[in-house]
Design a protein around this ligand. Structure first.
Ligand code: ADP
Length: 420
């Protein structure tokens, strides 16, 4: 009933619109009729001329309303042809269409990939046995709610967390849909952030607790002991420096995260940058009785990048080589062209001849706060963040780092920087 009324109203509107669009033809026609009527011999032609003009005006102008109507017809026909299957296939998330008996009617390809066998007729409560999933299916099928959501954990083959929404398709289809949004990555990032805050707090709390303990001792038992006071003040100063280093490293990391893109166009002269790094660490090398050897290839050794950031990369690596490879007596810094003809790189290797790193630690060594030996790292004023800063900067430079080590023979860290 409402459709018929709508149809009538549409055609009336379309006629009005056509007349309005042809208004100038009509006016010209009216003028012509009046002129014909004004002349005695033309009078007989006036009426047929008027009718002819009216028809010409109605059919000659290309009505915009008609074009819009046509477009709507095409769109409606297209949507009618579009089956639920096509729609489900176009959805990137796993999607399952099921019936009132909670049996699968159709599952898209993403659902097959995520959950394996999903043939039509399969019972969803048997496939997803979690009680909360059953409750979700019941609530939409019984019609208690039109749609509902929950978090669902799939343990095998790998642990995944989904936000699942169930809703009725409606329109008398007696069908329902389940859509699974994978939340695993977001959860992993949340957990990493929580771990990071816990680690950073722990790293800060340890020196803080030590300082607080010494303050108490200085105010109490050591109040009148100048020698003990001097010793405790020195420890407190070391602990504050440790906190300052940690805060500097945390700020470096957060600054890197805040500026995700490198300035395009800038090139860094690696020879000059490495010379500056070696100069700035020469006091540490001297104190560690180390000789720093250079082996720089001839010619241009420039790469696109940020000079300050690459300085920090080489500084962290050379500092580690001096700190942990001290017993080797020397550290070698080399630069050479590398990569392939299609993807050339400039490779910088910083190698020490100290105790090296056991194989099992190498894959985790660039994680934040990961240390092979916490006590050695602390004794060397390490924060456990140096290599994660290196990794972060290299990612921004589309570069990678390879680590080779043999226990007792030292470690070599090679940075492969794209040459173009
Ligand atoms: P840290 O501040 O502790 O030095 P890093 O992230 O720079 O933190 O390094 C992580 C850990 O990797 C260090 O604690 C150390 O155990 C190990 N490491 C790094 N470089 C070397 C090296 N050249 N030789 C041996 N061990 C190393």
């Amino acid at each position: 009933m409402s459709d018929v009324t709508g149809e009538d109203r549409r055609s009336t509107t379309s006629l009005t619109v056509r007349l309005w669009e042809a208004r100038w033809y009509l006016l010209a026609g009216l003028a012509a009729v009046l002129v014909a009527y004004g002349f005695g011999p033309g009078r007989a032609w006036a009426l047929p001329l008027a009718v002819l003009l009216l028809f010409a005006a109605l059919f000659s102008a290309k009505p915009r309303a008609r074009i819009a109507e046509k477009a709507m017809e095409v769109e409606t026909a297209g949507l009618q042809r579009l089956s639920g299957e096509y729609l489900a296939a176009a959805v990137a998330d796993p999607l399952i269409i099921f019936d009132r008996n909670t049996a699968v009617v159709h599952a898209n390809a993403a659902a097959f990939v995520a959950f394996g066998g999903m043939s039509p007729g399969l019972s969803l409560p048997l496939k997803f046995r979690a009680p909360e999933m059953q409750a979700l299916l019941d609530s939409v099928v019984s019609g208690k709610v039109a749609s509902d959501e929950l978090d669902y954990l799939e343990k095998l083959p790998v642990e995944r967390v989904y936000r699942v929404s169930a809703s009725s398709v409606g329109h008398g289809t007696d069908l329902f849909v389940l859509v699974f949004k994978d939340q695993s990555e977001a959860r992993r990032i949340d957990r990493m952030r929580a771990d990071f805050i816990a680690n950073a707090s722990h790293e800060l709390r340890t020196p803080l607790a030590s300082i607080s303990g010494f303050i108490e001792t200085l105010r109490g038992p050591a109040r009148n002991d100048p020698a003990a006071r001097e010793q405790f003040l020195q420890i407190m100063q070391n602990q504050t420096s440790r906190m300052a280093r940690l805060i500097d490293d945390l700020l470096s990391l957060s600054r890197l995260e805040m500026k995700p893109y490198l300035k395009p166009g800038a090139r860094v002269d690696l020879r000059q940058t490495l010379e500056s790094v070696i100069d700035s660490l020469s006091p540490l090398a001297r104190d560690s009785n180390l000789v720093v050897e250079r082996d720089f290839a001839e010619g241009q050794l420039a790469v696109p990048g940020d000079r300050d950031e690459l300085f920090q990369v080489f500084e962290n690596l050379l500092e580690n080589a001096c700190k942990y490879g001290q017993s080797g007596g020397r550290v070698a810094v080399s630069v050479a062209p590398g990569g392939t003809a299609s993807e050339p790189t400039v490779d910088v290797t910083i190698r020490d001849f100290g105790p090296g790193i056991a194989e099992e630690h190498i894959p985790r060594i660039t994680e934040r706060f990961y240390r092979v030996d916490v006590e050695t790292s602390r004794a060397q004023k390490g924060t456990g963040l140096g290599l994660s800063i290196v990794k972060h900067i290299l990612t921004r430079h589309h570069a990678r780092m390879s680590i080779r080590s043999e226990l007792g023979k030292g470690a070599a860290f090679t940075v492969h920087l794209p040459a173009n």
